[in-house]
Design a protein around this ligand. Structure first.
Ligand code: MIC
Ligand code: SF4
Length: 645
C-alpha cells in the first residue's frame, strides 16, 4: 500500500470514517463543490428535495458553460433556475459567458490541499493546483453541499515520475496522451495518479491541469500534482497568493506502482478515433487531410493554449478549405486576448471565434461533415460525440492543432520550419470577479415550465422478473447511453430525455430501446442491461442512470462498471452487478429472461447474487453475480435510490 503520498495526506486531513486499505470505502469531508448547468439542474432539484436551506461547504459554485445554444427556451429556463436557486442556497453563480467550470475554478477558487467534488467528470482538473478533486454524480454533489461526507474506495496510488523537460513544440497534452497509451482507458477503477520527480517543477500549473483534466480518461478517481513554487507562481499571477500552501510527498513515499515518463522523450501525439487511448505519433499521421481544427475545451482552453495558436498564426493564414474554430476557455482569457491584440491575429488568420464554453466538445455545434477528419484539442473522441455518425475525431495538443490548421493535413509542429514561440503566462492574469454573483439568501427561486422534478422510484421488490432489453459490448460510454449534443437541452425533462437512451443502437423501422424498455416496464417486468468491460466510461452524467431508471431498468450486469456510473446506478436504485463467470456474458442474449428470486434477502456486502436465466427455447441456467456494494449502497438500493433514504 502507498505511503507518504500527497494524496494520502489530503485524505488523512479529510478522513471521516472507513478502513484505509485499497478498495475499502472511506468517507471524506468535502470543502468545495462545483456544478455545471447540464448536470446542475438535477443536482439543485435534489438539494431542494433534501430540504436544505443553505449549503454547508466552505464554497460551492454553480457554473453555466455546457448548454448555451438556446435553441428553444429550455436552456435559458435552466439558467434562470440555476441563478436563483444558487442565490437562495448560498452558492456562487457563474453565468453563461464566464467560461468553463474547470478552468475558472482552477483560476479563481482552487486551493492546494482542499477537497473538491463536482458534477462533471473533469473535476480532477483541480489536481493541477494540488487539490483532491473528484468527479461525481449530481446527487453526490448535492449531498456534499448538504454537508454529508463523500465515499470513495480507498485508492491505490499510481506514481508517475516525471524527469527532464518538454522539448519545443511538445506539450502537456502529449504527456497525458503518452500515459493514456500506457494505462489505457480501462482497468484503472479505484486508483488515483500522483505526479512526482524532477520534471514536475518544469510544468506550470495550467499545463499540470491539462494532465490532471485528462486523467478522467484513464478512469482513475483523481490525479494530483504537489503544490510547489510553480503553484505559488500561478496563484500570484491570479492575485491569490494567500491561497498557497506547500504540499509534497515524503522523501521516502511509496506508490503502489510507478511509471516513469521522460519529458524530453515526449513527441507530439494524437488520440485516434474513437477512444482517447488509441494513441499514435502525429508524425505517423502526417499527410492525412484534415477538414476541421478546433482549439479550446477544459483541457486546452487556457491562456497559453490560445496564445500559442495566435502567435503561430500571426501574419499567416489557415489552409484553404479548412475551418479553424477557437473557443477560449474563460472570459478572462478572452478578455486578455482582446486587449493584447491576439484575438485580432486569430481573426485575421481566418479563425472562427466561438463562445467561451464547452460548445463543440459536447456536440453543441461544429459537427464535422461526413467522411472528413476533425482534429481537436479536447479530451474525448468517443464515436458520434461530435454530433456526426461515423465521425473521425482526433485529439491533439494546441501546437499540433495549429500546425495542422496551417497546412490542412496532420502536421508534426516540429516540421513547420520555424522556431516554437515562447509563450509566457501573463504577469497578472486579468480577472474581474464581479462577473460571479454572490448568494442572496432568501432570493425567490424561479421555475419556468420546463424545470421538472427529480423522478421518484419505488423500493426494490422481493423478486425481479427481468427481461434483457439490450446487450452491448466493451467500453460503452455514457455518451452511448445518454447522448448529449442536440439533446442536451432536455436535461431538466426526464420523460423527454429518456426517449433517446441508447439512441445510437436504434435501427430504423424497429422499436427503439426506450420503446422496448417501456413495454417491458408496462408489462409489470423490469428491464436488464447487459454490458461488457468498462461499462459507463466517460462522463458523470447521472441521466445515464436516471433515464434508464425511468424506463424501468432495475439491473445493469457487466464484466466491469466504471466508478462514477456505478455510483449513479446505486443512487437511483439500479443494481450494478458483475458476472462471476465472464463466460456467462456470452450465454445471455437480448430478450432472454433473468429472474432474481428473493433479491432483497440476497443483497448483502460481499455475498454473491444468483439469478435464473431463461432462454426463448425454454432452457434455464443459474447465473452468479458479484458486486462491491457496501452496507450503505445496499440500504440505498433496497430503498429504491438515495433520495428515498
Ligand atoms: C462531458 O465532457 O462528457 C460532460 C458533458 O462534461 C459530462 C457532464 C455532462 O454530461 O453533463 C462529464 O464529463 O461529466
Ligand atoms: Fe465541457 Fe468538454 Fe470539458 Fe466536458 S470535457 S466539461 S463538455 S469542455
Amino acid at each position: 500500500m502507498a505511503k507518504g503520498t500527497v494524496i494520502q495526506k489530503i485524505i488523512d486531513a479529510h478522513y471521516v470514517s472507513g478502513t484505509k486499505t485499497p478498495g475499502s470505502p472511506v468517507a471524506i469531508r468535502i470543502d468545495q463543490t462545483l456544478t455545471q448547468d447540464a448536470t446542475g439542474t438535477m443536482a439543485y432539484l435534489e438539494l431542494e428535495a433534501m430540504h436544505i436551506d443553505r449549503v454547508r461547504t466552505e464554497l460551492s459554485v454553480s457554473y453555466v458553460d455546457h448548454n448555451m445554444m438556446q435553441n428553444g427556451p429550455e436552456n435559458r429556463n435552466d439558467h434562470i433556475y440555476l441563478r436563483t436557486v444558487a442565490a437562495s442556497k448560498g452558492v456562487v453563480f457563474s453565468p453563461p459567458g464566464n467560461g468553463i467550470c474547470h478552468q475558472l475554478h482552477l483560476e479563481r477558487f482552487g486551493v492546494p490541499g482542499k477537497t473538491l467534488i463536482g458534477s462533471d467528470s473533469h473535476t480532477p482538473t483541480g489536481g493541477g493546483i494540488g487539490m483532491l478533486a473528484i468527479g461525481a454524480g449530481g446527487l453526490d454533489v448535492a449531498l456534499a453541499m448538504a454537508g454529508q461526507p463523500f465515499h470513495i474506495p480507498y485508492p491505490k496510488v499510481i506514481g508517475v515520475k516525471l524527469t527532464g523537460a518538454l522539448r519545443p513544440w511538445c506539450a502537456a497534452k502529449d504527456v497525458i496522451l503518452k500515459l493514456l497509451s500506457i494505462l489505457t482507458t480501462r482497468g484503472n477503477v479505484g486508483a488515483m495518479v500522483e505526479y512526482f520527480g524532477p520534471g514536475v517543477a518544469t510544468l506550470p500549473v495550467p499545463q499540470r491541469a491539462t494532465i490532471t483534466n485528462m486523467g478522467a480518461e484513464l478512469g482513475v478517481t483523481a490525479s494530483v500534482f504537489p503544490s510547489d513554487g510553480a503553484t505559488l507562481d500561478f496563484l500570484r499571477r491570479q492575485n491569490r497568493a494567500e491561497a498557497f500552501r506547500e504540499l509534497a510527498a515524503d522523501p521516502d513515499a511509496e506508490y503502489d506502482r510507478v511509471i516513469e515518463i521522460a519529458l524530453d522523450e515526449i513527441v507530439p501525439l494524437a488520440a485516434c478515433p474513437s477512444s482517447p487511448d488509441q494513441v499514435r505519433s502525429v508524425a505517423e499521421l502526417s499527410g492525412i487531410k484534415v477538414d476541421q481544427v478546433l482549439i479550446g475545451s477544459c483541457t486546452n482552453g487556457g491562456y497559453r493554449d490560445i496564445a500559442m495558436a495566435a502567435t503561430v498564426l500571426k501574419g499567416r493564414h489557415v489552409a484553404p478549405g479548412l475551418t479553424l474554430g477557437i473557443a477560449p476557455g474563460s472570459r478572462p482569457v478572452l478578455e486578455m486576448l482582446c486587449r493584447n491584440g491576439m484575438l485580432a491575429d486569430l481573426v485575421a488568420a481566418g479563425a472562427r471565434i466561438l463562445e467561451t464554453g464547452c460548445g463543440p466538445c459536447i456536440g453543441q455545434g461544429q459537427s464535422p461533415a461526413n467522411d472528413t477528419v476533425t482534429c481537436r484539442t479536447f479530451n474525448r473522441n468517443f464515436a458520434g460525440r461530435t454530433g456526426t455518425k461515423g465521425d473521425q475525431s482526433y485529439l491533439v495538443s494546441p501546437e499540433t492543432a495549429v500546425a495542422t490548421a496551417l497546412t490542412g493535413e496532420f502536421t508534426d509542429p516540429r516540421q513547420l520550419g520555424f522556431p516554437c514561440p515562447e509563450i509566457a503566462e501573463p504577469a497578472e492574469f486579468w480577472s474581474d470577479d464581479t462577473h460571479f454573483e454572490q448568494p442572496r439568501p432568501g432570493a425567490e427561486i424561479i421555475r419556468k415550465p420546463t424545470i421538472g422534478e427529480p423522478p421518484a422510484n419505488a423500493p426494490l421488490p422481493e423478486r425481479l422478473d427481468g427481461t434483457v432489453v439490450i446487450k452491448v459490448g466493451d467500453k460503452i460510454t455514457t455518451d452511448h447511453i445518454m447522448p448529449a449534443g442536440v439533446h442536451l437541452k432536455l436535461r431538466s425533462n426526464i420523460p423527454a430525455y429518456s426517449k433517446v437512451v441508447f439512441e445510437c443502437f436504434n435501427r430504423p423501422g424497429e422499436p427503439t430501446f426506450a420503446e422496448r424498455a417501456a413495454a417491458v416496464r408496462d408489462s409489470g417486468r423490469c428491464g436488464v442491461i447487459i454490458g461488457r468491460e468498462s461499462y459507463g466510461q466517460g462522463s458523470s452524467r447521472e441521466h445515464a442512470a436516471i433515464c434508464p431508471m425511468y424506463l424501468g431498468i432495475k439491473v445493469v450486469a457487466a464484466l466491469a462498471i466504471e466508478r462514477i456510473h456505478r455510483a449513479n446506478l446505486v443512487n437511483f436504485g439500479i443494481l450494478p452487478l458483475i458476472f462471476a463467470d465472464p463466460a456467462d456474458y456470452d450465454r445471455i442474449e437480448a430478450a432472454d429472461e433473468l429472474v432474481f428470486d428473493a433479491v432483497r434477502e440476497q443483497l448483502a456486502p460481499g455475498k454473491p447474487v444468483k439469478a435464473t436465466l431463461k432462454k426463448a427455447d425454454g432452457s434455464t441456467r443459474e447465473i452468479t453475480f458479484t458486486h462491491a456494494l457496501s452496507d450503505e449502497d445496499v440500504k440505498v438500493i433496497l430503498a429504491g435510490g438515495r433520495l428515498n433514504v
